[in-house]
Design a protein around this ligand. Structure first.
Ligand code: PLP
Length: 387
């Protein structure tokens, strides 16, 4: 059976063009970018070209891009850097949403344990946050607002561009975790009006182990690491030229193909949607009426256990993901359905009988129409027998 990979929001395969761009770094271009000799200068040139490619994809200046090891590190750098209580600001405040990735929620909770104030805004049943809630939550001590651009589970796009006005008025920094958005939809830091933005390389066909942080000129972010001063002191340590070049190439590729790939991915989503409705299963699509990424469909199959569907599909060489599970509140921990519902679906107040059977289908570069048709066929075999 042909393997079918429908888990591109978890991670993506390496694009051949990215591999080709990295090849010289595995061979001749091995110098340390800080060295003044020819080897170092070659490495520095490759690194700075990559920085330019990342910047170009999001309409930033190259000097506004800091390479990190991953999105988690970028999010931690921002949150731990800005929310550290000090004598001047003993209880710095952060506002985020209930549906953020753990790489935002967990450092935020940690900073709250250390004295910061944390507010997590709700979302509606489509997974959308409402900018008016931000107006009401802003306080004199608020230092940071962090709202993801696209949700990893539902693909729902948040109206980040509507948040910059109130943030600016209150002198608050605006961050967006764009890990799932960059390379999938147009992302323009100026149009969004953000001060800080997170990129995850492996979500856009670059290798794992590389991410980037956009820091608007004029914004000062305290460093978490101290050392040789690389990445303008924010992320010291000898630069990972190999993976940075990979991320640069992936950004160039994504930017080049974006309009066609978006249309193609949207078409694949329609084929999938169509196929699902012909299966005869009772299902709902989470965030169906919200603006969503063109590559993501989170589907709840009524009365099913998501883990069972994932396993059955895995036996048929299909990779999908169960709506990321999260710890249940204690009083629900013994209910096998409620215990497996993610924090995102909880925040959306999703019906338990559908949410417990939620499967995330995510596709991307290399996914064909035939793949989607085959997926539907294999899914039909899983869902057909009586439970
Ligand atoms: N933010 C979002 C929205 C994500 O989907 C992910 C990964 O799933 C991350 C951050 C963290 O990425 P990484 O594990 O590469 O640090």
């Amino acid at each position: 059976m042909r393997p079918l990979y429908f888990d591109h929001n978890a991670t993506t395969p390496l694009a051949p063009q990215v591999r080709a761009a990295m090849a010289p770094l595995l061979d001749k271009v091995f110098g340390n970018p800080s060295s003044g000799h020819a080897w170092g200068l070659d490495a520095k040139e490759a690194l700075e070209a990559a920085r330019g490619q990342v910047a170009a994809l999001i309409n930033a200046n190259p000097d506004e891009i800091c390479f990190t090891s991953c999105a988690t590190e970028a999010n931690n750098t921002i949150i731990q850097g800005l929310l550290r209580p000090d004598a001047e600001n003993p209880d710095p405040g952060m506002i985020t949403t209930q549906v953020e990735h753990p790489s935002v929620l967990e450092p935020a909770r940690e900073m709250a344990r250390r004295g910061a104030t944390l507010a997590a805004l709700p979302v509606d049943n489509q997974g959308r946050m409402h900018p008016s809630d931000l107006h009401n939550a802003l306080r004199p001590n608020t230092r940071l607002v962090s709202v993801m651009l696209a949700n990893n589970e539902t693909g729902v796009i948040q109206p980040v561009w509507e948040l910059s006005g109130p943030c600016r008025e209150h002198g608050v920094l605006l961050h967006t975790d764009a890990s799932q958005a960059v390379g999938k939809i147009p992302v323009d830091v100026r149009a969004l009006g953000v001060d800080l933005l997170t990129i995850a390389g492996h979500k856009l066909n670059a290798p794992k182990g590389i991410g980037a942080l956009f820091i608007r000129r004029g914004v000062s972010l305290p460093a978490l690491l101290f050392g040789g001063g690389q990445e303008r002191g924010l992320r010291p340590g000898t630069e990972n030229t190999l993976l940075s070049v990979g991320l640069g190439a992936a950004c160039a590729l994504a930017g080049r193909d974006l309009p066609e790939e978006m249309a193609r991915r949207r078409m694949l989503g329609e084929v999938l949607r169509d196929g699902l409705s012909r299966l005869g299963a009772d299902f709902m699509i989470f965030g169906e009426n919200a603006a969503r990424l063109p590559n993501t469909l989170l589907v709840g199959f009524r009365g099913w256990d998501a883990g069972r569907i994932v396993e059955e599909l895995a036996l048929r060489d299909v990779a999908v993901s169960a709506g990321a599970a999260c710890h249940a509140p204690e009083h629900e921990a013994n209910d096998p359905h409620k215990a497996s519902i993610s924090h995102v679906l909880r925040a959306m107040d999703a019906p338990v009988e559908y949410a417990a059977g939620s499967i995330r289908f995510s596709w991307g570069w290399g996914t064909s129409r035939e793949d989607v048709l085959d997926l539907i066929e294999r899914l039909a075999r899983v869902l057909r027998p009586a439970r």
